[in-house]
Ligand binder design. Structure first.
Ligand code: UDP
Length: 482
């Protein structure tokens, strides 16, 4: 039942400038556009060309989608010109400045909203102030949260009940209270840095983000109901949040009939070359290793990965954030020659979804960013979980204990993205063992069949009549009726 159908709904989308946040929100804007909504994406000059490419196929299909460029105040906060993507910040100081710059965007957003008066603003959770700016013009603000229902519930449980302060050591196990399923964690695995240092801008930001959640119109979650039904219900009914699940949004693209296109960055290798390489491999024989857009392992850690992979004897695609140099300390002597034809190293940006969807991929070593978890699930691929930072240790629990589609490599300790560069916490033997467990044997087959079943459910959820398709319809109708 549609009301006011004569007037086209116009929604502004404001993604945070980090690929893990912007990729899904761009997909969401395209998704709304495919349902007849006029979608405007707000972005900054450096991100604009990438974003233009990301929406091109949507435009080619005649959907009403455009971008609007604002200035990112690098100069005002003392960042180098063009430092407009979070992954470009390499020190704690730069990260603080980056957050500061995002707060300075408020007047520009206010001006845009005043001028265009859209029906709704969907902004990333890291822009808490957007709720208040939108309210000035009576515009409902929806929050886009990166993670799914399970991590959101777990984060809130830890925040509300502070079980991690009721144990006597960092390695003592505690149970997160009031969750529908018993989940045990250690203090080591939850990000305490924000509680211990309230002066950090990120601490302030996360606090404001939690507060504005209650004052916003609702929350859009990139997940599908069948993946985490108990937690979807818990989040809505017990924690009282108004939320819509409309993912996996990476699949929604496919459902809308888009060609494969740029996601986040230009791929560092020819996509056809990559697919041709995969085409020469047997089904489920290749392991894919990628730690997302932000995590950059130390040289000693990369060395352990190389040795673990080689010892496992498996074929692999390994994504690294290292430029090619004459001498590379992190590579074992002669590694690339020995791995010729057996392993493909991608230095820079990989076409991740394309790779994961290839039938040769049999396992995914992931840092457990929410998008990666969901993309792995959507492709029906079992995982080796290697959480590092953010909410990734919670996501690991979902994959290994609740969905049982992965094994943990044994990463023990939460680290900030800057500090992770100093460590080599996971050794080669652990990597070799985890790879074997996910790729061969009965346990691997069981995990693979559960992952496949979830992948099927994911696909059905975004098709007409599926749970995510229907929730998006409900959201659009509700916004139209406002
Ligand atoms: N990604 C990609 N190629 C890369 C690295 C990452 O396409 O080389 C994409 C990946 O598919 C996912 C996003 O970047 O959509 C990363 O988000 P995630 O939540 O997994 O991790 P984050 O980068 O936020 O830590």
């Amino acid at each position: 039942m549609e009301t006011k159908s004569h007037e086209q709904l116009h929604i502004f989308f404001f993604p945070y400038m980090a690929q893990g946040h912007s990729i899904p929100l761009i997909d969401i804007a395209k998704l709304f556009a495919s349902r007849g909504v006029k979608s405007t994406l707000i972005t900054t000059p450096l991100n604009a060309p990438l974003l233009s490419k990301a929406i091109q196929s949507s435009k080619n299909l005649g959907f009403d989608i455009e971008i609007l460029v604002i200035i990112f105040p690098t100069e005002e906060v003392g960042l180098p010109p063009g430092c407009e993507i979070a992954s470009m910040t390499t020190t704690h100081e730069m990260k603080e400045k980056f957050f500061k710059a995002t707060f300075l965007l408020e007047p520009q957003i206010e001006q845009i909203l005043d001028q265009h008066r859209p029906h709704c603003l969907v902004a990333d959770s890291l822009f808490p102030w957007a709720t208040y700016v939108a309210a000035k013009f009576g515009i409902p603000r929806l929050i886009f949260h990166g993670p799914g229902f399970f991590p959101l519930c777990a984060i809130l449980g830890v925040k509300l009940y502070e079980p991690h302060w009721k144990v006597s050591s960092d390695s003592e196990v505690f149970t997160i209270p009031n969750l529908p399923v018993e989940i045990k964690m250690k203090r080591n695995q939850v990000p305490m840095v924000f509680e211990q240092n309230a002066n950090l801008i990120l601490s302030k930001l996360l606090k404001e983000s939690r507060e504005c959640e209650e004052r916003s119109y609702g929350i859009i979650v990139n997940t599908f109901y069948e993946l985490e039904p108990a937690f979807a219900d818990h989040y809505r009914k017990v924690l009282g949040r108004k939320a819509w699940h409309i993912g996996p949004v990476s699949l929604c693209n496919k459902a809308a009939g888009y060609e494969t296109e740029i996601r986040g960055m230009e791929a560092s290798l020819d996509e056809h070359e990559c697919l041709n390489w995969l085409n020469t491999k047997k089904h489920n024989s290749v392991i894919y290793i990628c730690s997302g857009s932000m995590t950059n392992f130390s040289d000693p850690q990369l060395l352990e990965i190389a040795l673990g992979l080689e010892a496992s004897g498996m074929e692999f695609i390994w994504v690294l954030r290292r430029e090619k140099k004459e001498k590379e300390e992190w590579l074992p002597e002669g590694f690339e020659q020995r791995m010729e034809g057996k392993g493909l190293i991608i230095r820079g940006w990989a076409p991740q979804v394309l790779i994961l969807e290839h039938e040769a991929i049999g396992g995914f070593v992931s840092h457990c960013g929410w998008n990666s978890i969901l993309e792995g699930v959507s492709s029906g691929v079992p995982m080796i979980t290697w959480p590092v930072s953010a909410e990734q240790f919670y996501n690991e629990k979902l994959a290994t204990e609740i969905l049982r589609i992965g094994v943990a490599v044994g990463s023990q300790k939460w680290a900030s993205l800057v500090d992770v560069k100093k460590e080599a916490s996971v050794k080669r033997d652990a990597i070799e063992k985890a790879v074997a467990r996910v790729m061969v044997g009965d346990e691997a087959e069981e995990m693979r069949s559960r992952a496949r079943a979830l992948g099927e459910m994911a696909r059905r959820s975004v098709e007409e009549g599926g749970s995510s398709f229907s929730d998006l319809t409900a959201l659009i109708e509700e916004l139209r009726s406002l």
